[in-house]
Design a protein around this ligand. Structure first.
Ligand SMILES: *[C@@H]1O[C@H](CO)[C@@H](O)[C@H](O)[C@H]1NC(C)=O
Ligand SMILES: *[C@@H]1O[C@H](CO)[C@@H](O)[C@H](O)[C@H]1NC(C)=O
Ligand SMILES: *[C@@H]1O[C@H](CO)[C@@H](O)[C@H](O)[C@H]1NC(C)=O
Length: 381
């Protein structure tokens, strides 16, 4: 009896010590980085911030907060069905590339910049807006174009200076990584879906789009940004939507849009090589998604998919019609059972599994795909 009654409190004491130890270590683990990041956010314990510019491919829900239409929104089911299990505004069944990059960089889960509850920019901000282009005319009035995203960034910088001072802000901005993918909507609007086109006109638009992107890169650099990650455009002419427009039975690609996106990537890659020589401290990672997504479409099983050309959600022979969710005019749409088997989720956008694959290629992809640095090198630099 006596031994028994002694053993019980003893065990209780051990359990208490263990519990306390666990509590202290958990507390330290969770709270200490926060405390550190308040007082000395850019110390080695806090990863570089991530600033994101772009369109629906990167938009984690900014368009939920602006005046636009359901064409530029994905805040309804089945968007978000697999990972979040509710629609967040992301154009996919689950997470997008910036979500994965943030995760690989050990950054906290990001909220869209335009979410009124989001005001601490210590870890960066996502300014991307579905439907947006590098040209202000693209879907004007319904999206946050690239120049306005740049203004948002400059506002963030002002707010940071008020909170953490000039020195810490300059440090945060120069150590941060700037992720960008834009142009698809400019080509969709200004090159269009016509099968007749003039290559000279396509080249002209490519020059205009890439020149506007260059201006924004230079402005970010002038504001202290140094490390840039670019996701090249994938072949817009071969999206399920454009295959369906081109020829419902063969699903051939729309040549003008294939050319526009291909030339865009070539032009941007030449510009980046030039900027690397011109701009002090400028470093970048450029990911060739064009060849990769073409190969994923043609050989889906090589990448663990079953279907590379037909979308998971939409209507028509390639489910390329932009009706996923039934809120964009047409109520009828089909939905696949398992998005993990599909490269494309809707007529334009990819499924989470394909985005995850791309994010990985941006993070640690070999030089044939991501060049001259990869994102991990930029974050660790
Ligand atoms: C939103 O856009 C619609 C259509 O363009 C317009 O009628 C409405 O006044 C706008 N609302 C605000 C708050 O700007
Ligand atoms: C940027 O785009 C506008 C059209 O939105 C165009 O007028 C302008 O020339 C472009 N900028 C450059 C540097 O090409
Ligand atoms: C569409 O593709 C089918 C099958 O390859 C072909 O027979 C037809 O001529 C094509 N239609 C057009 C308008 O190109």
């Amino acid at each position: 009896m006596e031994a028994e009654s002694r053993r019980i409190p003893h065990q209780g004491y051990v359990a208490l010590v263990l519990c306390f130890g666990l509590f202290v270590s958990t507390f330290c683990y969770i709270v200490k980085p926060c405390l550190l990041s308040r007082s000395n956010h850019s110390s080695s314990s806090s990863p570089p911030a991530l600033f994101v510019f772009g369109s629906s491919i990167f938009d984690i829900g900014n368009n939920n907060y602006i005046n636009t239409t359901s064409l530029n929104r994905a805040n309804f089911w089945p968007y978000g069905e697999t990972f979040f299990r509710y629609p967040t505004g992301r154009f996919s069944d689950g997470r997008l590339i910036p979500d994965f990059i943030g995760e690989y960089a050990r950054l906290p889960v990001a909220l869209p910049y335009h979410n009124p509850g989001y005001q601490s920019y210590i870890h960066g901000a996502n300014f991307a807006s579905a439907g947006a282009g590098a040209l202000v005319e693209t879907h004007k009035g319904y999206v946050i174009d690239l120049k306005s995203q740049l203004s948002d960034f400059i506002d963030v910088k002002k707010s940071l200076r008020q909170r953490i001072g000039d020195y810490e802000t300059a440090k945060l901005v120069s150590e941060a990584v700037y992720l960008m993918n834009i142009g698809t909507n400019d080509y969709a609007v200004f090159v269009g879906k016509s099968t007749k086109y003039s290559p000279e006109r396509v080249q002209e638009i490519v020059n205009m789009v890439t020149a506007n992107i260059t201006e924004v890169i230079k402005e970010i650099h002038k504001n202290g940004g140094r490390k840039f990650g670019f996701l090249g455009l994938w072949n817009l002419g071969c999206s399920p939507g454009n295959r369906q427009t081109s020829n419902e039975s063969s699903g051939s690609c729309l040549e003008a849009l294939s050319l526009a996106t291909k030339w865009h990537n070539i032009q941007l890659s030449m510009i980046l090589q030039k900027l690397e020589k011109e701009l002090k401290g400028f470093k970048y990672a450029h990911t060739n998604s064009y060849d990769l997504i073409n190969d994923m479409s043609d050989n889906p099983s090589k990448y663990g998919f079953k279907e590379g050309k037909v979308a998971c959600c939409g209507s028509g022979p390639f489910r390329g019609h932009n009706s996923c969710g039934g809120k964009r005019g047409d109520q009828y749409y089909e939905l696949c059972e398992n998005p993990n088997e599909f490269v494309f989720f809707d007529g334009i956008h990819l499924c989470e599994k394909a985005y995850k694959f791309l994010a990985n290629q941006m993070w640690v992809g070999d030089r044939g795909i991501t060049w001259p640095y990869n994102l991990r090198e930029l974050f660790e630099d």
